[in-house]
Design a protein around this ligand. Structure first.
Ligand code: NAP
Length: 284
């Protein structure tokens, strides 16, 4: 199988490596070529433009920042996509974005599967993402086979677009959990307490969360190497709030997370991990 991966940021590069390890032929393209080049050592063919990456590919994977970036790359590649190619759209693009890309696929006569993922850098590197796949039932088996090296779990959630809806629900949980962890650690610190004592309080109980330990450790060290960057978290908070607005849901906790994310994005933490929202809570 030849897989073209458009976008080799944190997620796309980890996924490309896992397809290479599984023995697939992998072509990669990234706007900033330097970020794709290390994949050549692992056996990938690095393309200069989206069109060269997709030519003759059986599967096209898009793993770019947002719907605009995906649409631009797919428009640029369109004339060179072969008949029968499967488009696995795995970026987080929200409800309208997923529909816009579905319309683009219809215009270009492509088989479109909307399949965003849950899981960050480490699960991506370990091939343990959860894929929220949605699209025509007749390609379900093919999609599950393609995703095996990158996803520990593939949920098939219905017609195209349902995956993006479920992704917004999952990220509502991710963002509000991180906001909660940031609040608890900021208050502990401001009250002269050791954040580790807070972790001991919840440890083993019904409110314990691996996330509190992982993100809390970053907050206590005030070091935020990117796993889920602030830039992506701001974009996702806006997609969730737009969905809430049109569905008539008051997502107050997501609004709080967005406010803190916006603050740290303005304060030069855009490329750091979203756990940096702690700094806004702590007013540091
Ligand atoms: P990332 O490391 O920041 O990479 C972003 C990618 O998008 C890069 O390849 C970047 O190219 C490209 N890009 C941005 N704007 C572009 C444009 N206008 N035209 C062409 N390319 C553009 O992000 P990531 O974490 O891999 O995330 C990729 C997607 O997965 C996003 O939709 C994100 O929301 C989603 N996601 C992320 C996580 C996570 O924890 N990181 C988890 C699940 C889903 P350059 O290198 O040239 O900037």
């Amino acid at each position: 199988m030849t897989i073209a991966v458009l976008g080799t940021g944190i997620m796309g590069s980890a996924m490309a490596r896992n397809w290479l390890k599984a023995g697939e032929t992998v072509r990669v393209w990234n706007r900033t070529r330097a970020k794709a080049e290390p994949l050549a050592e692992a056996g990938a063919q690095v393309a200069d433009d989206p069109g060269s990456a997709v030519e003759g590919a059986d599967v096209i994977v898009t793993m770019l920042y947002d719907a605009d970036a995906v649409a631009q790359a797919m428009e640029a590649a369109a004339g060179r996509i072969g008949p029968g190619a499967l488009w696995l759209q795995m970026s987080t693009v929200g409800i309208e974005g997923a529909q816009r890309l579905a319309d683009l696929a219809t215009q270009r006569r492509l088989t479109y599967v909307d399949s965003p993922v849950v899981g960050t850098k480490e699960p991506a590197e370990q091939g343990k993402l959860t894929a929220l796949a949605s699209g025509p039932d007749e390609v379900r088996d093919r999609v599950e086979t393609v995703l095996r090296p990158v996803a520990a779990k593939v949920l098939w959630v219905g017609p195209a677009g349902q995956g993006s809806r479920l992704k917004l629900v999952a990220n509502t949980w991710v963002l509000t959990a991180t906001e909660g962890v940031a609040n608890a650690f900021a208050l502990a610190d401001a009250l002269g307490l050791d954040g580790n004592d807070f972790l001991k309080v919840i440890e083993g109980g019904p409110l314990d969360l691996t996330y509190a330990h992982v993100k809390g450790a970053l907050m206590m060290r005030r070091e935020f190497p990117p796993s889920f960057p602030v830039s992506g978290a701001v974009k996702d908070a806006n997609l969730i709030l737009a969905a809430g607005e049109s569905a008539g849901v008051d997502l107050a906790a997501v609004e709080a997370a967005r406010r803190h994310l916006d603050e740290v994005a303005r304060g030069s933490h855009r490329d750091e991990d979203m756990a940096a929202m702690y700094l806004a809570a702590r007013r540091a």
